[in-house]
Unconditional design. Structure first.
Ligand SMILES: Nc1ncnc2c1ncn2[C@@H]1O[C@H](COP(=O)(O)OP(=O)(O)OP(=O)(O)O)[C@@H](O)[C@H]1O
Ligand SMILES: [Mg+2]
Lengths: 268, 349
């Protein structure tokens, strides 16, 4: 387990200006941004000077083949990956707190594979999401909001999470993330292994969270067509590098996806 | 759980063929019934005096297994270090209260401090807790298999300290004349009074364990057990929680140690060998992880096995110790094969 504490995301001497990320959206000021971040697991370079970011209110998709480094982007933000270069910025400040403090900075992480607490009930899982909330009224209000978004969680609130289907567990995982009242929600493969009908529902919910609840969303997705329908902007990763950055339309028009997925470009 | 059982009995009287299916689904009920009736039968058979002794041994083992379950079962840290804290508690009690004037061997003398029992008991608990803080901070970086190994290391080191720090522990000679509890002039030298004391201590430990596990603190431990990283992501400083439960558990073991020292009035390093720790872990697993009741049942079954074997006519008394280990070993293997969650447990190891 490469659980690293703070200290791994040391700002390096990298020039933070002039790092081109295509359209250079940083002019408006990114809410959350990775600048030239490199992550290495032993000999494996999972991220190679990757620069990505999300502006306030945006819904940004990260796509790419297996092993491209998509999950690593989110783990680097959460301090869960061994960052060897580059800096993660939150509201233009370097983010250099320990993993357990990041949720207080307004970032909630919904990891790949859902990882709900199966021995706890739905309600308890949701409560786990808002540790630092001593205000019981606020907690109840957030729980109501989450249950309104996902009515199934309300119906099953006293059941153990282990008794839920995969799709329901995914809703619970997202709901648990929302309980933290985050400004940015990081979603890693929220539709992995779900039935098509459920996939559709999850995408609708993600879109609703972004539009109605005004939560900024950074989502890793393999389901390219669906995620491009709801995203404001998209990154395509390949072998740890950002291969493309632009609007969904620009991604659809270019050949980047076929190139990347068929291994037709040389990331070097 | 009463109501379904009554329902079962009614259904059984209608359709006896159901009994096989029911006996499987109600295994927990039968296990409870078996162990409790075994205990009662044993007490009747051997008389009150022996029952009091068995009860005292049970209560001490029960404190140990309930407290170890907090770490192994509820939090998911497989530790064989527990016997070390038990020993620390026992030695603290011995050193503080023993009357060295009785010792025959003057060369291995340790100072006579002559503390009363009730002053020494909190020290037993506190010293075990202090050592646990230091050890726990060192252990916090480890998990899974490595955790077992480092806790193994601690148990071995603790044993060697008891054996070799002779100016403090008298080494292999052990410490005699450990004080029995007294309130004013009333000394707990009767076995029944002592039984009452250990049962009250057990009750306190159970109450604390139950309170912890039903609180939000216990919920976080359950979450850590299942997914440490996911717990951390939601703002819980996992290392602090693990350290806290580790120290609480060690303090309970220290309490058991203090009681044990005073009860036997003699301690030597042989009571705190690694094997005892492994037996203890077996009891926790046999009884069931993350269940207080399971740990009580496990401790009861263990003590009955051990004491019961003394009465096997064909078993020479010197083999009783080994015998219980063999039986426990077999039980453990059989149980892991057919019932990995233990007698009444919820989780598999
Ligand atoms: N803990 C780890 N130890 C060693 N290598 C790792 C570890 N985590 C990821 N990697 C490697 O880093 C690279 C990127 O992994 P990452 O999980 O980010 O890929 P991904 O794009 O999310 O892929 P997937 O679609 O399979 O989820 C891969 O080559 C992977 O093998
Ligand atoms: Mg991934």
């Amino acid at each position: 387990m490469a659980t690293t504490d703070n200290g791994t995301q040391q700002p390096t001497a990298e020039p933070t200006v002039g790092i081109s990320n295509g359209t250079d959206a940083s002019g408006a000021g990114m809410l959350l941004e990775l600048v030239a971040v490199s992550v290495r697991y032993g000999a494996v370079v999972a991220l190679n000077r990757a620069s990505l970011g999300v502006q306030r209110g945006e819904l940004v998709a990260v796509m790419g083949p297996n092993g491209a480094g998509k999950s690593t982007v989110l783990k680097a933000i959460m301090g869960l990956a061994p960052v060897v270069g580059g800096t993660v910025y939150l509201r233009q400040e370097p983010l250099s707190v320990a993993t357990h403090e990041i949720v207080q900075e307004g970032i909630a992480f919904v990891p790949q594979g859902r990882r709900v607490f199966t021995h706890l009930t739905i309600e308890e899982n949701l409560e786990m999401g808002c540790l630092h909330l001593n205000d019981k009224a606020e907690q109840a209000q957030r729980m109501d909001a989450v249950m309104e978004l996902f009515p199934i969680l309300h119906r099953k609130r006293r059941d153990l999470a282990s008794q839920m289907s995969g799709g329901q567990q995914q809703m619970l995982a997202i709901g648990r993330g929302l309980m933290a009242g985050p400004e940015v929600l990081l979603l890693d493969e929220p539709t992995l292994g779900l039935a098509p009908i459920v996939v559709k529902e999850v995408f609708e919910k993600i879109s609703e969270i972004n539009e109605r609840l005004k939560t900024t969303i950074f989502v890793v997705e393999h389901n390219i067509k669906s995620v491009l329908d709801i995203a404001d902007r998209a990154y395509v990763l390949d072998k740890g590098r950002v291969a493309h950055d632009g609007t969904p339309a620009s991604v659809r028009q270019s050949n980047i996806l076929t190139d990347v997925f068929l291994g037709r470009i040389d990331a070097g | 759980m009463e109501l379904p059982i009554i329902g079962d009995i009614i259904r059984l009287s209608r359709d006896p063929k159901d009994s096989l299916r029911l006996s499987r689904s109600n295994l927990e009920f039968w296990v409870n019934l078996l162990i409790i009736s075994w205990a009662v039968a044993f007490a009747i058979w051997q008389g009150v005096g022996f029952a009091i002794t068995v009860g005292t041994v049970f209560a001490i083992w029960a404190i140990l297994s309930v407290s170890l379950n907090l770490v192994v079962g509820f939090t998911g840290l497989l530790s064989v270090a527990h016997i070390g804290f038990f020993g620390i508690g026992a030695y603290a009690m011995a050193i503080l209260t023993s009357d060295a004037a009785y010792e025959q061997l003057r060369t291995e003398a340790i100072p006579t401090l002559g503390w009363p029992f009730f002053a020494a008991l909190p020290v037993s608990v506190g010293v075990a807790g202090l050592v646990a803080v230091v050890v726990g901070i060192a252990f916090n970086r480890f998990r899974d298999d490595i955790y077992v190994l480092v806790s193994f290391g601690f148990a071995v080191i603790a044993f060697n300290v008891f054996l070799n720090w002779r100016s403090l522990t008298r080494g292999a000679f052990g410490i005699h004349e450990i004080e029995r509890p007294a309130i004013g002039g009333w000394v707990f030298d009767g076995e029944l009074e002592f039984l009452a004391l250990v049962l009250v201590s057990l009750a306190v430990v159970i109450l604390i364990a139950w309170f912890l596990m039903t609180s939000s603190f216990g919920r976080v431990l359950t979450a850590i057990r299942e997914d440490e990283q996911a717990t951390e992501v939601f703002g819980y400083q996992v290392t602090h929680y693990k350290l806290a439960i580790w120290v609480i558990s060690a303090m309970m073991a220290g309490l058991a140690g203090g009681l044990f020292g005073s009860w036997t009035t003699f301690v030597d390093p042989n009571s705190f060998v690694l094997m005892e720790s492994i037996l203890l872990v077996s009891i926790v697993i046999l009884g069931g992880l993350a269940t207080i009741w399971g740990s009580l049942l496990g401790a009861m079954a263990f003590v009955l096995l051990e004491e019961g074997m003394r009465f096997l006519p064909f078993l020479p008394s010197e083999f009783v110790g080994q015998g219980r280990q063999v039986v426990l070993g077999i039980l453990l293997v059989v149980l892991m094969l057919f019932r990995p969650q233990g007698l009444v447990g919820r989780y598999k190891l």
